[in-house]
Design a protein around this ligand. Sequence first.
Ligand SMILES: [Mg+2]
Length: 236
Amino acid sequence: MSDPIALVDCNNFYASCERLFDPRLRGRPVVVLSNNHGCVIARSNEAKALGIEMTAPWHLIKQKFAKEGVVVRSSNYTMYGDMSRRVMRILSTFTPNLEIYSIDEAFLGLRGLKDVERHAYTIRDTILQWTGLPVSIGIAPTKSLAKVANRLAKKGNGVQVLVTPEAQIAALKQLQLTELWGVAERMAKRLAAIGIATPLDLRDADPHILRQHTSVVMERMSRELQGHPPASASLR
Ligand SMILES: [Mg+2]
């Protein structure tokens, strides 16, 4: 089997950063707005629970949510960048194979580890202890499956390991096509047109039909969902 890959993702990153420097925000709904248009670009769990949507223009929904005690912050990219560097520096001590994917996400190659789940908890606890930021960690043999695992980790206790095909299949059954990494609404429609309605359908699809009707990207995704990393994978 291929070496496990971990995807570490900071939870509600901008909102969590704001909370670090203002403890009064703990336990309260927090939203972060974009500087140019004042649209919601991050939400704490409490803000999500109120039903505040991503990209909503705050001035349009302000009335509705002001009475709920929502705290509003404008984005502070200098601070987020600084916190991101701290997180990545800590992650780099856990693997020689770190691939930073975005400001709040990174893939880690976990070659040769006996107990990846315990390792994941150690990473999660270390980041929390040293930075105060909560992270979720998904572990699987490919990046696409690590993304799937990460989604489930966020719904659970922060760590999800999908190393066996049985666990992978069970996980895929819980998601919609558009919840997969890089499958937008439009692609989901194209897939539906050839009878692929779920992530499991995509995993088990005929590669020739996939390539013919969508793209080589979806063919690769299908293989990744089966647990096969691309031949050119940088993390192995
Ligand atoms: Mg995140």
